[in-house]
Each structure stands twice: as C-alpha cells, then as structure tokens.
Design a binder for this molecule. Structure first.
Ligand code: PHE
Ligand code: NA
Length: 487
C-alpha cells in the first residue's frame, strides 16, 4: 500500500513557504551591504540578470524535479539519474552544515528581542557593541538561546507540511512584510537617511562619499552577485525539490518560480531601505566616519542597528522589538525549510520500505544532531571564545623555513561551516544538477513539468539557459566562493 505523503493546502501556502525559505538573513545583512559596496545600481542590474537567467531557471528545475518524482532530495536524484545519483547527498550535507550555524544566529535574534523588551520596560540600555560583546562571550546563554530557537523550529516542522510549515508561513510572511514597512518608514524619516539611500542606489557613491575606498572589479561584482543570489534564493540545498514534491500537478511552476524570485529580491531591497539609511543616519549623528559605519555582516544587525534603537530611547526599544521579531520570523521560515529537506528524505525512505515513518521521531533526531554541532558554534561566539583555535592549528602547517600556511581562510567555526555549505556544497551541487539535466537527461525531461497549468512556452530560453548559461555561471560562482574562502 502506498503511504500518503501529504501536500500543501494551497498554491498560495506553498508560495509563502517558499518565499519564507528564501527570505532570511541573506536578504537583511548580505544583500544591502553587497549592493552598496559593489556599485549600487550596477550590482542590482547584474543581480537581476543572474536572477532571471540562472536563479529562475534553477528554481524552476528544482521544483520540477521534486514534483515529477514526488520525492525529496535523495530520492529525486536517484529516480532521475544513473550518473548523478549521489549528488542528492550533497543536498543533504549542505543544509545540515547550514543548520549548524543558522540556529545560533537565530538564537542571537531571539536574545536581541529579549534585550529590547527588557529595555522597553526600563532596563538600562547598553550600546550595540556592549550588548553584542556580552552576548557572544557568554557561551552558556548563547547555547540556551540556540536551544530555544531550535525547539521553536522543531515544533513547527513536527506539524508537517500543511499543519506546520504552511501554517507558520501564512501568518509569518504577511506579518514580516508589515513590520518591514513600519521599520522602513522610521528609517527613511531619520535625518540624513538620504545618504544611506544614495549608498545603495547611486553608482559609485559608496566610493565618492567615502564609505569604501575603492569599487570592486566587474569580475568581483559578478561573483559576489552570483553567490549572493544563490544563497538568497535557497537554491541547491534541496529545498525547492522538497517543497516542489508536495505541490499539486496542476500548478504552474514557471509562474511560481517567477513570483518567488521576484519576492525575494524585492524583500532584499526593502530590507536595505530598512537598515542602511538608519545605520548611516545614526553614524552621521554621532560623528562616526562613513568608512567606519558597519553596514554588513553580524555587526550590522547586532551592533550598528542596536545603536540606532538605543539612540531613539523608549520608542527605539519598541522599534527594536518589531525589527528583531521580523528578523526572527525570517530566520525561522528559512530554518524550517532546511530541516524539512532532511525530514522529507527520511520520511520518503520509510515510505519506500512501506512504513508509515514517524515524523515526530525523525524531526527530533535531526534537530538533536545539528543542535549538538551548533553548541560548538554557540560556544565559539564568532571566534571570541577561542573554541576555533585548536581546530585552526590542526589545519595549519608550518614549513621548515617557518612560514605558516592555512588552507581555509576563516577564523571561526561559523565561517568554517559556512565555507563547507555555501562555499563548496551549494555551487558544486547546482553545477552538477545543471549538467545532469542539461546533458544526461536532456531538458525534455523537465519541460513537460514546466508546461502544466500554462499555455506559456519558453522552451528555447530554458534549454539554452540550463545547458550553457547555468553551468558557466556556476563555475564562476564556485571559483568566486572558493577564492573568498581559500584566500
Ligand atoms: N535564503 C536564505 C537567506 O537569504 C538562506 C538559506 C539558504 C536558507 C539556503 C535555506 C537554504 O538567508
Ligand atoms: Na534570501
């Protein structure tokens, strides 16, 4: 007897869940900063072109692979291919490594919600860097918050596709959007906010105004935009294959892909308008040199922006709560998609053996596994507590003449896991997938899936992109990622 796998309640529910996976920390701390630093509008144009010719095509391919086979990551590759069967495993390893540190960041967001709530009720407000320093150097507290964050995600994924993930996304995504609009209005009405807007959109402004000293080369922009796009759209992690496998046969995959790609990019630009002008305005108000304002990475979120909220007094704490809850929702909706990739794989495996598959136990096992690793990341505190040092010396070799060399140019556990997931597994997985679809199976295998629910045809576009544009772009992105992690 065939076991029932479950499915999305509606196409809208699926779209919100997929957008939820895509919208995450990448939109909030990656995109705005990379855009400003890499030539503002130029970056946006390069990003948009890559999103259409590579991101959209890979997204549609993943959804099609999932729906066609009705299986998650490993099952889908095994069903489709002889030569590339094993690629599915890359798609399990990558989400696992990503989970190991994403939950720690989620824990940080949770801690910041709490910090801002206590300040709202009169606790003394510390500067952003004081709060951040106190947080990362307290391993036990970080582990506790990582645990709470993991538990929240456990309870959602345990509820299943419709009863857990879809339910959370249909409430969470609209809420996130409204909160983002509130924060944007506040950000744009601060004095000198326009400088931040110019940083993002005016080509060359970041250099001419003195935010950064020189603009990156075109090649550099291309690989930065490519890497960012891939991460931001949650591609090559098995997520869209998994989510696609629960989608009804009548749904239009091209349209869905277009909506997801557009929404993720739109939210990334909105996030930029919410955070960059506020950070710049506050920097100027405090006489900080533009080149010293931290506009990217964890510092943006946990130092620069917290300073903005603190400077606004009690109202600021209220905005702080709204903002960190918004980031928290974005982090949760990404983490649940990562867990679901692995959960679906085990559920499918159980079904293949004609067993029911105990979702509760499977999800619990997955959460315990990545939580164990995440404790190390939490204890490391982005390198502040020295947990990375012994491992780093294992990787380091000292030559006879005394020169020290290290194969991986990262300085904490979080960066190391990020290098494995985002730097290697993700671009490699996408490259192999495009070669499999383009050359082993042929685009004809995927095209019929893309034709359902629509009269619209873009076969030539799809064939050219999947066979040539995507592989070339992926080689590029892979090299760019490797050079950023391996010096
Ligand atoms: N897309 C998410 C973001 O922008 C990150 C992510 C990547 C989530 C891959 C799941 C899978 O933050
Ligand atoms: Na994203």
């Amino acid at each position: 007897m065939k076991q029932h796998r479950g499915s999305w309640g509606s196409n809208m529910g699926f779209i919100l869940a997929a957008i939820g996976s895509a919208v995450g920390l990448g939109n909030i701390w990656g995109f705005p900063y990379k855009m400003g630093k890499s030539g503002g509008f130029t970056f946006l144009v390069v990003y948009a072109i890559l999103a259409i010719f590579v991101g959209f095509v890979v997204m549609a391919t993943e959804l099609a692979m999932g729906r066609k086979t009705g299986k998650g990551i490993v099952g889908a590759f095994c069903d489709l291919s002889q030569k590339f069967k094993w690629v599915g495993w890359l798609g399990v390893i990558a989400p696992f490594f990503l989970l190991c540190f994403y939950v720690v960041l989620g824990g940080y967001c949770l801690e910041y919600v709490v910090i801002n709530i206590t300040q709202l009720f009169g606790a003394e407000a510390l500067s952003g860097s004081a709060s951040f320093g106190a947080m990362v150097t307290n391993p036990i507290r970080c582990m506790v918050y990582t645990f709470i964050f993991t538990a929240i995600n456990f309870f959602i994924v345990r509820g299943g596709i419709q009863g857990g993930i879809e339910k959370f996304s249909t409430v969470g995504m609209p809420a996130l959007f409204v909160m983002l609009v509130v924060v944007i209005i506040r950000s744009l009405t601060l004095p000198n906010a326009i400088e931040g807007v110019k940083f993002m959109f005016v080509p060359g402004y970041a250099v001419s105004a003195g935010f950064i000293s020189e603009s990156p080369s075109f090649i550099n922009i291309l690989s930065t935009a490519g890497g960012q796009m891939f991460f931001s759209l949650s591609l090559a992690m098995g997520i869209m294959i998994t989510y696609g496998s629960y989608l009804g046969k009548q749904e239009n995959l091209l349209k869905n892909s277009g909506i997801i790609v557009f929404a993720d990019t739109f939210v990334a630009i909105m996030a930029g308008l919410a955070v960059i002008p506020a950070a710049v305005s506050n920097g100027i108000a405090n006489g900080v040199a533009l080149s010293d304002i931290q506009l990217g990475g964890p510092n943006l979120l946990f130092v620069t922006l917290q300073d903005v909220f603190v400077s606004m007094g009690t109202m600021g704490s209220l905005f702080g709560v709204v903002f960190y809850v918004l980031v928290l929702i974005a982090a949760i909706s990404s983490v649940i998609s990562l867990i679901e990739v692995i959960a679906t794989m085990f559920m499918d495996d159980a079904h293949a053996k004609n067993k029911e598959g105990n979702r509760q136990k499977i999800v619990m096992g997955i959460c315990l596994a990545f939580f164990a690793v995440s404790l190390v990341v939490a204890a490391d505190g982005l390198g502040s507590n020295g947990v990375w040092v012994p491992f780093q010396s294992m990787l380091t070799t000292v030559a006879a003449d005394g020169t020290v060399s290290m194969p991986v140019f990262v300085d904490c556990w979080l960066d190391f896991l990020d290098c494995l997931a985002e730097g290697i597994a993700m671009p490699l997985g996408a490259l192999l997938m495009s070669l499999m679809v383009g050359f082993e199976l042929g685009p004809e295998t995927i095209l019929p899936e893309l034709h359902t629910g629509t009269k619209f045809r873009m076969d030539k576009f799809y064939i050219i992109c999947i066979k040539y544009v995507v592989p070339v772009a992926m080689v590029f992105i892979l090299l760019g990622q490797l050079s950023s992690f391996f010096g």
